[in-house]
Design a protein around this ligand. Structure first.
Ligand SMILES: [Zn+2]
Length: 464
């Protein structure tokens, strides 16, 4: 019984102790949390050095403990401060915790509206949290960024006077830009062709090869565009004339024997073909979707070109060959007398004897040497400054990626890999991401008038 009597007080003390612990520990935790010393963060999206007429500042404010209280952004120039952003965020609950732990800030800085002059300025940012520290004002993180305000767009002088362009052909513009570090090039309707510095000794001089896409007519709008690091942009117009071209129309009958021979090659190499589809359905899937995927790969490769002119003189055409299909031929594919697909042929087909050696069209660096879907075993050469040549349907590839080749070097042998009905070479040329007519690049007169003579005018040795 004595044991029974002593039990209740023990239990009581135990309960009280437990209750105290249950109250005190969370209370201590709450107080500790309320006085947390973790600093809030304001991070600018991308490093800010120069701002132009208009600049979008992207930032991310965060505080993972008591939450965000306030974000403040200002710009200081010659002792005058302009407040760009000042926002206090709401709190919630008895303990006044911030409702937000993360907040994205997007802010348009308009130099003219803020009356900012060109020159140095100081961007200042501050962020507070809901901690009880600093007499309930919260932890504050303050930062300064030295920036340059530059509202002057670059000046661009197009130095080449004549631009006689063929629809589907290539053009060359030479221009001078007043400041370094711009993104510049020729805009052809909705396509941009980057220009390069470094061809001439004068770094202000730039060259840009550009394509007149086969499907853009004589009314197309062209200009040189240059954008400086501050985002100020200039458009410089130049004189040009675009000769319109009518491209051939072609009908290609797809025989069953071709499907029987070709489809297995694709079924082995790609998973784009629905196994239960009919052979002609498989063909159209390859002809459309694989073609599209291959062109995407091709554009990715041709978006990176060496800033070096490897090529010299006219490009070589496959020797002793007959032209079997032309550039920008509009092809209708027929099966059992019905049109099943339409595509544009963006190269020239040349047939010689089977397994003929294929010479490199000109000096260059191998940018691709592998199987490329409808083009089969293929080689792409980078000739520098955005100019590329491509060789498709090869039976064998004789070069490796990044190998430097000389005009005439055998890079492979003709064949019928990919979507080829018979042994031939598919020869394409590209300026950056756009196919151009190779005929111009085989023609020494065209090269002289449209490229070499233009480059010579601005080369000092020749001027003297
Ligand atoms: Zn072809």
């Amino acid at each position: 019984m004595a044991t029974k009597k002593s039990k209740p007080p023990k239990l009581l003390y135990g309960l009280i102790a437990l209750l105290l612990c249950g109250l005190v520990i969370p209370l201590v935790q709450i107080i500790a949390m309320s006085f947390e010393g973790e600093m809030p963060v304001f991070q600018i999206g991308s490093p800010i050095h120069t701002i132009g007429r208009s600049y979008t500042l992207e930032g991310h404010a965060s505080d993972q403990k008591t939450g965000l209280r306030r974000v403040w952004i200002a710009i200081l120039q010659q002792g005058q401060e302009r407040i760009l952003f000042d926002q206090t965020f709401p709190s919630k609950g008895l303990l006044k915790r911030g409702q937000l732990q993360d907040q994205l800030v997007s802010l348009e800085i308009n130099a003219e509206a803020l009356d900012l002059g060109d020159g140095e300025a100081l961007l200042r940012t501050a962020v507070w949290d809901y901690s009880y520290r600093d007499w309930w004002a919260g932890n504050r993180t303050y930062a300064e960024h030295q920036i340059i305000v530059d509202t002057q767009p670059p000046t661009v002088d197009v130095l080449t006077r004549i631009h006689n362009l063929n629809q589907g052909g290539t053009g060359l513009a030479i221009y001078q830009i007043s400041e370094p570090g711009t993104v510049n090039g020729v805009q052809v309707v909705d396509s941009f062709f980057p220009g390069y510095s470094g061809f001439f000794d004068d770094p202000d001089l730039h060259i840009a090869f550009f394509a007149m896409p086969h499907n853009k007519g004589p009314e197309s709008e062209l200009y040189v565009r240059a954008t400086d690091v501050a985002g100020n942009s200039t458009q410089a117009r130049f004189a040009y004339y675009i000769n319109s071209k009518n491209f051939n129309k072609d009908r290609i009958a797809i025989p069953d024997a071709f499907l029987r021979r070709k489809i297995p090659e694709f079924e082995r190499t790609i998973d784009m073909v629905n196994p239960s589809a009919s052979p002609i359905e498989k063909f159209t899937a390859i002809n459309r979707h694989l073609r599209q995927a291959n062109h995407k790969t091709l554009k990715g490769i041709c978006n990176k070109s060496d800033a070096q002119k490897y090529w010299e003189g006219p490009f070589l055409r496959l020797p002793n060959s007959a032209r079997k299909a032309g550039f920008a031929d509009h092809r209708k594919y027929e099966y059992n007398g019905k049109v099943v697909d339409e595509q544009v042929h963006l190269g020239i087909d040349l047939a010689s004897t089977g397994h003929s050696p294929v010479p490199a069209g000109n000096n260059g660096r191998v940018a691709l040497a592998e199987y490329l879907g409808i083009y089969g075993k293929a080689v792409i050469l980078d000739h520098g400054f955005g100019l590329f040549s491509m060789y498709g349907h090869l039976s064998r590839i004789e070069v490796a990626k990044d190998q430097v080749v000389t005009r005439g070097d055998v890079i492979g042998y003709t064949g019928m890999t990919g979507l080829a009905g018979g042994d031939h070479l598919h020869y394409s040329m590209m300026v950056d991401h756009t196919f151009v007519n190779p005929i111009e690049w085989w023609d020494p007169k065209w090269i002289k008038h449209n490229v070499s003579d233009k480059l010579k005018v601005f080369t000092p040795e020749v001027k003297q």
